[in-house]
Write a protein of this length. Structure first.
Length: 444
């Protein structure tokens, strides 16, 4: 414990690291403030009343979890950073189809800058479309027979103002995320999602407490749930840390070695090279049908279709799991291209013993990568759909969403990555880090 306290003190001895952390915290405070500023034209009293009658047991409830309650608050940051992620998915998918985008991906730093600029531009129409859906959804929210929108703001003016403000809010969040990445600590986009999820934890705990107090929940059963959640969290943390270390050992045994001037080197292949990105990508895709269906609140057919995309439905869980497996392979293919690895080995005189250079080497690496990526993809999919099973046994939506699924993996992944960056700063200046065992340290 004393070592942890000393490491924490060391953070504030390093001026650059201290400034980065304080800068990050300041921008995250701005993010949370924006999540509580209500859109113009919304009657705050009626909105509060409407929230009491609104179920969290929907995909919109899950969306609200990722944006830290901004959606239910009808806030200026109601869309969160999700449109930016959706635009990023679209650009990366285009890179797998169109040669122009494939060329940009191979141009190094200049190509990355162009892709980032295209992603920013693509965020605008995606955010505008989702903002339109939010405006329609807000118009349909009633308390009795009264709309939550003030009469003087109703109609076309409310739609235009909502679209402009929500789109601007997303662009501002995107800018804040980039500032955190460049001048702060950690990945800004991931931290914005992380802080939104963390913000909902006290509300989830309070909801459970109310159920226990009212007698709706048996205390013994609650303790069993808590024990199960602790076991799940410990398992996810252990597997997440281990999964990032096992692949190198696996690659040493199976992939073989490449030789440079008589020096043996190993190919760094991971079970889960994609991290939590497949979860975020798949979740963004699953939000699209609900956004589209929100345009038709009075259509019985559309609302019937919407039931299939309900957060707790088995159909949703199956589709979501399949998308996670797909995006795990897709993102791994982008992060680790066997053809590029094979070409670089050939140029530098490297080879895998028993395998000819060129296409045979590429096929060999691709075969191994496919096999070791599968368990990582299945692990992500199982953890992601865990809340569905928890809610089926009576756990409240808020607590199930926090202690299982995408939320838990994002929290663990982002926390480990941020801690790794802090650890790097400490070690670079010859201070002791947080992890004496070297597990996180080895990830450098």
């Amino acid at each position: 414990m004393s070592g942890f306290v000393d490491s924490f003190r060391n953070i504030f001895k390093i001026e650059e690291l201290r400034n980065r952390i304080l800068f990050t915290l300041a921008l995250l405070v701005v993010v949370r403030i924006g999540a509580h500023i209500t859109l113009p034209g919304i009657d705050a009293a009626l909105l509060s009343e409407a929230q009491k009658n609104q179920s969290d047991n929907t995909l919109f409830g899950l969306y609200d979890l990722f944006v830290g309650g901004a959606f239910s608050n009808a806030a200026i940051f109601a869309l969160g950073i999700m449109p930016y992620i959706s635009a990023s998915i679209i650009i990366q998918l285009l890179g797998a189809v169109f040669p122009y985008f494939q060329k940009l991906q191979k141009e190094g730093e200049e190509g990355r800058k162009k892709i980032n600029q295209l992603t920013r531009l693509g965020t605008i129409p995606v955010a505008a479309l989702q903002a339109w859906g939010v405006s329609v959804q807000l118009k349909s929210r009633l308390v009795g027979d009264q709309s939550i929108i003030s009469p003087e703001f109703s109609g076309f003016f409310f739609t235009i103002s909502t679209v402009l403000i929500l789109t601007a809010g997303t662009i501002f969040l995107m800018w804040l995320g980039e500032q955190i990445t460049e001048r702060g600590i950690g990945n800004g986009i991931s931290l914005i999602i992380f802080i939104g999820i963390i913000d909902r934890f006290p509300y989830a705990v309070f909801d459970e407490y109310q159920l226990i107090s009212s007698g709706a929940r048996n205390l013994l059963i609650e303790l069993i749930y808590i024990a199960a959640f602790v076991f799940i969290i410990a398992g996810v943390i252990a597997v997440t840390v281990a999964v990032r270390k096992i692949p190198v050992q696996y690659a040493k045994r199976v992939v073989g070695r490449k030789v440079f001037g008589g020096v043996t080197q190993y190919i760094p292949m991971k079970v889960n090279s994609a991290g939590v990105m497949p979860l975020i990508f798949a979740q963004s895709i699953m939000f699209i049908p609900s956004t589209f269906l929100s345009f038709f609140p009075n259509s019985e057919f559309m609302q019937g279709v919407a039931k299939y995309f309900d957060y707790t439905s088995w159909f949703y869980s199956i589709v979501y799991a399949l998308l996670i497996v797909f995006f795990t392979y897709f993102y791994t293919a982008i992060a680790f291209n066997p053809k590029d690895v094979s070409d670089n080995m050939k140029k530098q005189g490297g080879f895998i013993p028993g395998v000819r250079p060129g296409k045979p080497t590429s096929d060999y690496i691709d075969n191994i990568l496919t096999k070791i990526t599968l368990p990582g993809a299945i692990f992500l999919a199982i953890i992601a759909i865990l809340p569905t099973f928890l809610m089926k046994v009576g756990v409240t939506t808020g607590l199930a969403s926090f202690f299982g699924g995408t939320s838990l993996l994002i929290i663990v992944g982002v926390a480990l990555d941020t801690l790794q960056q802090i650890e790097s700063h400490l070690l670079m200046r010859h201070y002791d880090g947080f992890m004496k065992s070297g597990k996180i340290r080895s990830r450098r």
